[in-house]
Design a binder for this molecule. Structure first.
Ligand SMILES: [Zn+2]
Length: 447
């Protein structure tokens, strides 16, 4: 609903193509090449098609379903190469084409469409564990539109700036500089995730009023807003990170203000002009939107806090509620992260260290990823992969086992396990039964 109309139309047109296509697209060639990013499958098509890529286990396979497609006359399957041990084709439904790549091991597929005139090339990188670690994933807008999956937009708000330095540390470090450095590192890591992209609300030493900050995030159609700060207290010993969401009082006073503004109210109902009678409708819509937004804010914030506890001690054990102006978007889930106390000499030094900021940012991104890998908005890259977490298995914690070992063993992000088991931190107890969301084992899928 918050996407621009042009983009929405493009998605529709794209999704509608296969069913309406007069002549089916033909798969002319399939090549397997070995490269830096593992094995790459390149499919040459004579037109654009809607496609699905998924993996199956036991035995490991990668399946490509191409709607409204068929094999061109004279098509020849390539010989095995790299991780691919065999190539088969079939028809999952009349008019559709399925290509199955038998694999020597499980892979993480990453696909994109390249267009050239009327032709299309579907490129699928089959990355093994090593390749995943090596690759610096760079997805372009074109890639995302090509696969009909948008990236989640994460707005990052570096607190303070310009004439407002924020708090000042004992050795003279300014909060505004630390928050900007942290925000940029966060953006770098978010942009490296294939399903997310960052929007920096402030990318320079400039002053931006608080209301403008969340307005900018709404304009950027953010799925999540994260405001970055560094705490200060008279007590120099105060230490640790905290995570805040908007308090109910803050939300209801903001609701009153929103409804008082005609333009805001009509924005909520998709730009339709409201007359006086419709004010009730606007109130109901705003209420629904705010409830949903606050629920998501709570859940993501809990994930982020749990994740931050893995980096250092938390100042507060639970997500806090406060009436922060910057968190008042009625329809963008928002949180504020106090990354540590700049007033504490030890934490001032840590927050000024790029290596430490990298770890903090990585913990924040891990929490965000953990949330969205289970509950992503429809139409997003993450939503398209939610099926991968469709199944689950049980794991009973044995002596000496840590959450990170368990996560590594099952090949699942720590945050995903935390979220599935509502863990408040990374502590697990011997004998504890954990639910491990795993890739769906669709052994019975038709081929
Ligand atoms: Zn601050």
């Amino acid at each position: 609903m918050r996407r621009p109309a042009a983009l929405a139309l493009l998605f529709l047109a794209f999704a509608g193509l296969p069913a309406m296509a007069v002549s089916a697209a033909e798969l002319r060639a399939l090549q397997l090449v070995q490269g830096e990013a593992g094995t790459r499958a390149v499919l040459e098509l004579d037109g654009t098609v809607d496609y699905k890529v998924f993996t199956l286990a036991n035995p490991d396979r990668l399946v490509l379903d191409l709607s409204g497609s068929r094999l061109a006359g004279g098509f020849r399957a390539p010989s095995p190469n790299g991780v691919v041990t065999g190539v088969r084709t079939g028809k999952p439904a009349e008019g559709d084409l399925r290509v199955v790549l038998d694999l020597a091991e499980g892979v993480k597929p990453r696909s994109r469409v390249e267009r050239e005139g009327g032709k299309a090339r579907l490129v699928v990188d089959l990355m093994d564990g090593e390749a995943v670690a090596r690759s610096a994933p760079a997805r372009t807008v074109e890639d995302v539109i090509g696969s009909g999956e948008r990236e989640l937009v994460i707005a990052i708000d570096a607190g303070h700036g310009g004439k407002d330095p924020g708090a000042v540390g004992p050795s003279g470090k300014y909060e505004k500089h630390i928050t900007l450095a942290m925000a940029r590192e966060l953006a770098r890591q978010i942009d490296a995730d294939p399903g997310m992209k960052a929007f920096l609300v402030r990318d320079g030493d400039v002053f931006i009023p608080l209301q403008q900050r969340y307005h900018k995030a709404r304009e950027a159609q953010a799925d999540l807003f994260i405001s970055i700060h560094a705490d200060a207290a008279h007590n120099r010993a105060a230490a640790g990170a905290s995570v805040y969401v908007l308090s109910l009082r803050g939300a209801s006073s903001e609701a009153a203000r929103w409804l008082a503004d005609q333009e805001n109210a009509s924005d909520l109902v998709g730009g339709v002009e409201l007359d006086a009678r419709d004010k009730n409708l606007a109130a109901v819509l705003l209420d629904l939107s705010q409830n949903a937004t606050m629920r998501v804010s709570d859940d993501v914030a809990a994930q982020v806090l749990a994740s931050l506890k893995g980096v250092g001690k938390a100042h507060k054990q639970n997500v806090e509620r406060a009436n922060f102006v910057v968190l008042r978007s009625p329809d963008v889930p928002s949180m504020l992260v106090e990354t540590g106390f700049i007033s504490n000499p030890g934490e001032e030094a840590k927050l000024s260290d790029p290596k430490y900021r990298e770890r903090m940012a990585s913990a924040i991104v891990d929490g965000v990823r953990g949330y969205f890998s289970l509950q992503a908005p429809p139409g997003t890259w993450y939503a398209a992969r939610q099926g991968q977490f469709g199944g689950s298995r049980q794991h009973i914690v044995s002596r000496g086992e840590t959450l990170s070992q368990i996560a590594a063993r099952h090949g699942v992000p720590m945050a995903t396990i935390r979220q599935a088991n509502r863990l408040k931190d990374d502590t697990v107890r011997i004998g504890e039964r954990l639910t491990i969301p795993v890739a769906a084992q669709v052994a019975s899928a038709p081929e």
